[in-house]
Design a protein around this ligand. Structure first.
Ligand code: PLP
Length: 383
């Protein structure tokens, strides 16, 4: 990173552990390029061991993993899936591709996660599933969500895109619902450029997930020697990444703990430095409930409503600091209005998404860089 007079501070900087190309070279040397080779198996074992899910399957992306989950649930046209509007489009799109209808419910004021107290009232005879999103790697209130799901016979698909290495009451995110989806996109904590994984938590569903991922064939069973030929079994597609991606990812998974520790130190530094602005009522810091161990995926602040967010973002940009906001709530986007519907008030979705600012956070950001972010932010909110 350059350290000249007015250095810029990027929003994200993909961290390399140093072994990525070594493992890719090993795949290349061994002539193992297609998916489900030795590196994919290592990644699967790692995810299964670390999360306790019964089957992990690498995919091209978290988006692909969510699409697989929608296929696994046999979502039919008109089936409803309850989810937050404050999320990335893929949470909704995966179900819309099957004709499903996203039903948007408001988020909690504190964690910005789906408000579990509002789910039951949104259930109709067409409701099939709930898709909680663990925002910023901080878990949703999963006990309450799983309880309402089981009482109404609904499936739970966790969008744990941001939740690798996070847990809820000691249990890994992605391993709590029927299915979980991880992302290894370059902007996440553990990366492979594009990449993801489907976590299957019911052992009885594992075989079907393998089939859907392998073009609807039982090729995985064939490779294990369980059948003497492989054939078309049911609907499916190609959801598996090649070995070069898995080789890259393996180098990252090996370092997942040190990546998390490093990010956590930077997260805590922001958190301590911003306590005073929170005490002054100028902004609010992230809330992490005692039941949640997060992974320092993101540091955001919620500016108090009278502060103009655009001028704060401009001031940071003027100082060479790249910061961003998100999400344009799905219910207020053209796609959300066309394909989904709202249940109840969107009060906190609208208010929190209009006040949110994400600060630069990546492995290797220095305390000096963070101090500069805080300085410029403090000037901007006080001007
Ligand atoms: C990043 C993200 C996704 C999409 O992940 P990809 O791997 O890019 O498909 C989905 N949901 C949430 C909440 C995300 O943050």
């Amino acid at each position: 990173m350059n350290k000249t007079a007015n250095p810029t501070i990027p929003f994200n900087w993909p961290h390399m552990t140093g072994k990525e190309l070594y493992y890719i070279a090993e795949s290349h040397f061994n002539g193992r390029l297609a998916g489900d080779g030795p590196f994919t198996k290592r990644c699967h074992n790692w995810i299964e061991t670390r999360t306790g899910c019964s089957k992990a399957l690498l995919t091209h992306s978290c988006t692909a993993a969510l699409e697989m989950a929608a296929l696994m649930l046999d979502i039919q046209p008109g089936d409803e899936v309850i989810m937050p509007s404050f999320t990335f489009v893929s949470t909704a799109n995966a179900f819309v591709l099957r004709g499903g209808v996203p039903v948007f419910v408001d988020i909690r004021e504190d964690t910005l996660n789906l408000d579990e107290r509002l789910i039951e009232a949104a259930i109709t005879p067409r409701t099939r599933a709930i898709a909680p999103v663990h925002y910023a790697g901080v878990a949703c209130e999963m006990d309450a969500i799983l309880e309402v799901a089981s009482r109404h016979g609904l499936k739970v698909v966790e969008d744990a895109a941001q939740g690798v290495m996070s847990s809820y009451k000691g249990r890994a995110l992605g391993s709590l619902g029927d299915f979980g989806a991880f992302s290894f996109h370059e902007t996440k904590n553990v990366i492979s450029g594009e990449g993801g994984a489907l976590l299957v938590n019911d052992p009885a569903q594992a075989l079907r997930a393998e089939i859907i991922r392998e073009k609807g064939t039982d090729r995985s069973r064939f490779f294990r020697g369980e059948v003497d030929k492989y054939t078309w079994q049911e609907v499916g597609s190609s959801f598996l990444p090649g070995e070069l991606i898995a080789a890259f990812l393996w180098a990252q998974l090996e370092e997942a703990q040190s990546i998390t520790d490093n990010r956590m130190a930077s997260w805590e530094r922001y958190h301590a430095s911003l306590a005073q602005l929170e005490a002054q009522g100028i902004l609010r810091r992230p809330v992490v409930p005692d039941t949640c161990q997060h992974n320092a995926h993101m540091y955001y602040v919620l500016l108090s409503p009278e502060i103009d967010r655009q001028s704060v973002l401009s001031a940071l940009k003027g100082a060479g600091i790249s910061s961003v906001f998100h999400y344009v709530p799905l219910h207020s986007s053209p796609g959300g209005q066309r394909y989904g519907r709202v249940h109840g008030s969107m009060e906190f979705t609208d208010s929190q998404s209009s006040r949110l600012v994400r600060l630069p956070l990546w492995v290797g950001i220095t305390p000096e860089q963070q101090a500069r972010v805080i300085d410029i932010l403090t000037q901007a909110v006080n001007s």
